[in-house]
Design a protein around this ligand. Structure first.
Ligand code: 6PG
Length: 240
């Protein structure tokens, strides 16, 4: 997997934004279905993207999907859609018809089924499985990605595009994109920054079977890591 390492998290964000803009610009007639993760890491990227690259991005080519969602109201700072709405979608003025949030209403299992059907309807398939153009992932210090935590490896081979699951540490309900469609994406990018991720980055690069993020990283079709220098301090690659 290709490692893109930059001195600071700001530089990583800029590099990733430029990477996405280049991907869009290379196929200007194409609609790109991109699934975004949440958590804290991508917030800086969303903020910089909305404020420094708004005029350089062909927004109309992007359809916004989510990798996972926490079962909290979209107004909550914990809600992945709500955070992206706050920092990017509302700032740029993305048309609602291009945005497909996971709805945290009703029951998680029913929403997982609804969202799976929505993705199956809109996202082009490869080998009869939805194939996002890009899946943007983060990694927890425990090696989870999407909302697939260690001990939930059954979600890596689920026949369902999304499943209802839970954060094992606080029992919070989650909706998660499962392993098969993630691996089937045209491109998977891990955005990982911060000193607290150095160990998991080293482990992820060392073995494909230590935890869910490693399983994905070693099996997805095309994988790139976008890292800052502190998250990459356990690796030998030169800093760009
Ligand atoms: C989520 C994310 C999750 C995240 C990792 C890293 O909803 O929490 O999708 O997979 O990417 O937990 O989170 P941080 O960026 O906050 O470290």
């Amino acid at each position: 997997m290709k490692r893109n390492i930059y001195q600071s998290s700001t530089e990583v964000s800029y590099a990733l934004i430029r990477h996405i803009i280049k991907m869009l610009s290379n196929e200007p007639e194409r609609v790109f279905h991109i699934a975004f993760s949440g958590g804290s890491t991508p917030i800086q990227m969303f903020d910089l993207w909305a404020n420094d690259f708004a005029d350089l991005t062909p927004w109309k080519q992007i359809r916004f999907w989510w990798v996972d969602e926490r079962w909290v109201h979209s107004d909550s700072k914990e809600n992945n859609y709500g955070q992206m709405k706050r920092y990017l979608l509302d700032v740029v003025g993305i048309p609602p018809e291009h945005i497909f949030p996971i709805l945290t209403e009703g029951h998680p299992a029913a929403e997982a089924k609804r969202y799976s059907a929505l993705v199956d309807k809109h996202v082009p398939k490869r080998r009869d499985i939805p194939s996002f153009d890009l899946v943007l992932l983060g990694v927890g210090s425990d090696g989870h990605t999407s909302s697939i935590f260690p001990g939930q490896e059954h979600l890596l081979s689920s026949p369902h595009t999304y499943e209802a699951t839970e954060n094992p540490y606080n029992k919070q309900s989650r909706i998660a994109l499962t392993g098969v469609p993630i691996i089937n994406a045209r491109q998977v990018i891990f955005l990982i920054t911060g000193d607290e991720k150095a160990k998991v980055v080293h482990q992820l690069c060392s073995s494909g079977d230590m935890f869910p993020a490693a399983y994905i990283a070693h099996r997805a079709r095309k994988v790139e890591l976008f890292l800052d220098s502190v998250a990459a301090r356990g690796l030998s690659a030169a800093i760009q």
